[in-house]
Design a binder for this molecule. Structure first.
Ligand code: FDA
Length: 553
């Protein structure tokens, strides 16, 4: 049965005890690097506690502890020379300085949820800067703001805000273990999206260490860089230490409902079709998603069979009476009844949608360990700008039968409301007005990496579903979302620079016309491309940059 855990892929971390370290750098540069770090860290006790070398007994458990996609924690996955877990900004500055000096790449990790593992895997010699120790959340209810360190999880953010006020929150994602370092810097959407937009829309200040190892805040980094790290992926620009966020109001009571329908019944497809034309137009206090998964079911004669289940999840920012009257007006076809609805506080909803029992212990949100076993997975995403025909919907959803029961997920998440009001260039995340909803395709599997054929088969499934959808979704460019990173869209060259034209192939999918400005900012702040990964913004002069290095839109 598809539960809320469908939003929050809850997989238990696989601890692999045997490892071959593909440490590509010489032991020599490794030692020099360590020496450089120890020289710059203030005292040796702190240094020993914050650095994990492959010889350290806790190295593997620290490495694996926040890996959310076991596809990238196998024996053959390249491992870091060191894991550095800074406890203050000077440790981060020293790490940047020494990595640069000794030619090592940095992968910054906050929550470790990167879909393609870019925060903890690299093909070149690298170190991980893991921000787990920088995780404070300081809430100012009077100012309605909070300072959140990059290593905090969104569960911690929600919990700490709710501790101070039941009427304030923050519009971010659903899975409580997601880290704010990556999540806020790539956008960050959740159930408050139609009301307030994205997490990145509500960042009002930030602290960052740049490629020169300098500590910057909004004022000292300037508006171009501050713009770029709110949705453009901070990994291309530096290491974010903390964000200052603007909190948003939530009512004391909100209402949720979860309604399952069997797709084999004709009216369900019609219902989904209807959802497509109304979901983005609902009052912005209402958000209804629909997800599809295969489930085992028993028919009236007692026969077991597999069906596709459509699950409609509604969140209304108000009481049940308000929801029922809105539904009567806007979406009577769903047939929502009072008995389908539950009134809760906002934080109880956050807790429940994170996959915990209804009205359970809210402290669960502070727990970083996922509740269920982790499986390898691959995700792709599309934006829909015109309703898709019933025939095409039926065909794509039937493809779920090709995979094992419950392993494939297709989910529709509605747009409209505040998302249509924010200009495309406000922050680098460009997908605003004109989108009806987004589609999220996910496949997970149980086979290990050694079963190459099985893994390929699952990857082929999700890729071919995505290919099938090409004519029916956004085009020129086909939209993509950085936080749902997808290396199928293209990657930087391993060796040598990547041209603007080449990076535009994926850059314009993620950022639309904002890509040009991101390249400009990158060229200005990190011309030697110190902060890089497979899909980082390359520092090349873009056509929009004139001789004086000024950006011309
Ligand atoms: P991680 O630490 O892996 O970092 C992701 C990227 O950001 C990497 O490139 C990393 O180097 C960089 N980075 C991290 N910290 C940084 C820092 N301090 N400074 C600079 N760069 C930094 N998304 C969404 O919008 N809504 C949702 O509801 C969900 N739900 C969800 C559930 C699950 C189970 C997963 C696996 C993923 C999601 N996501 C999501 C996607 C999520 O938003 C995305 O993977 C974020 O980038 C994760 O941020 P982390 O800090 O956890 O990842």
């Amino acid at each position: 049965k598809m539960k809320y855990s469908a939003y929050c892929s809850l997989f238990l971390c696989i601890i692999v005890s045997l490892l071959s370290f593909s440490l590509r750098a010489s032991a020599h540069s490794h030692e020099d690097f360590l020496q450089c770090l120890s020289h710059h860290f203030s005292n040796s006790t702190t240094f020993a506690k914050l650095i994990y070398t492959p010889n350290d007994p806790s190295y593997i458990s620290v490495l694996n502890s926040t890996i959310r996609n076991p596809r990238f924690s196998s024996l053959s996955t390249p491992k870091p020379l060191l894991i550095i877990t800074p406890s203050n900004s000077s440790h981060v500055q020293a790490s940047v300085y020494c990595s640069k000096k000794h030619g090592l790449q940095i992968r910054t990790r906050s929550g470790g949820h990167d879909y393609e593992g870019l925060s903890y895997v690299s093909e070149v010699p690298f170190v991980i800067i893991d921000l787990r120790n920088l995780n404070s959340v300081i809430v100012d209810v009077h100012e309605k703001t909070a300072w959140v360190e990059a290593g905090a999880t969104i569960g911690e953010v929600y919990y700490r805000i709710a501790e101070k006020s039941g009427n304030l929150s923050f519009p971010a994602g659903v899975c409580h273990t997601v880290g704010v370092g990556g999540h806020f810097s790539g956008g960050g959407y959740g159930f408050l999206m139609r009301k307030y937009g994205l997490a990145a829309d509500h960042i009002i200040d930030a602290q960052l260490v740049n490629a020169e190892g300098k500590f910057l805040d909004r004022e000292s980094m300037g508006e171009d860089l501050f713009w770029a790290i709110r949705g453009g992926g901070a990994a291309s620009f530096g290491i974010v230490l903390a964000w200052k966020i603007r909190l948003v109001p939530v009512p004391s009571t909100v209402t949720i409902s979860i309604v399952d329908r069997n797709l084999e019944q004709n009216e369900t497809l019609k219902l989904v079709n209807r959802w497509q034309s109304v979901a983005d137009k609902f009052d912005e206090d209402l958000l209804i998603t629909v997800g599809f998964q295969t489930v085992n079911s028993t028919d009236r004669e007692g026969n077991n069979k597999t069906i596709i289940q459509a699950t409609f999840v509604s969140l209304f920012l108000g009481k049940v009476d308000g929801l029922l009257s809105l539904m009567e007006k806007s979406f009577p076809e769903l047939g929502l009844k009072r008995g389908d609805c539950i009134e809760l506080s906002w934080i109880e909803v956050v807790h429940y949608f994170a996959g915990f029992p209804l009205r359970g212990e809210l402290e669960d949100l502070l727990n970083r360990t996922p509740q269920e076993g982790l499986s390898p997975f691959k995700t792709k995403l599309d934006y829909v700008t015109k309703p898709i025909s019933e025939k095409v919907l039926e065909t794509v959803l039937q493809r779920l039968y090709e995979e094992e029961v419950g392993k494939g997920l297709i989910q529709f998440f509605p747009y409209g409301g505040k998302m249509s009001e924010i200009p495309e260039s406000e922050i680098p995340f460009p997908h605003r007005a004109g989108n009806l909803y987004k589609i999220f395709y996910r496949i997970e599997w149980d086979e290990g990496e050694r079963d190459v054929k099985a893994v390929e088969r699952h990857l082929d499934w999700v890729r071919s579903v995505y290919n099938y959808m090409t004519p029916y979704v956004s085009k020129n460019p086909r939209g993509a979302y950085l936080n749902y990173r997808d290396l199928d869209l293209g990657t930087n060259n391993d060796k040598g620079p990547t041209s603007y034209a080449q990076a535009s192939i994926w850059g314009k999918k993620y950022f639309g016309s904002n890509f040009k400005r991101l390249v400009h900012v990158k060229t200005k702040v990190d011309p030697k491309n110190f902060f890089r990964n497979e899909q980082s913004i390359p520092p090349v002069p873009s056509p929009g940059v004139n001789k004086n290095n000024n950006y011309t839109p």
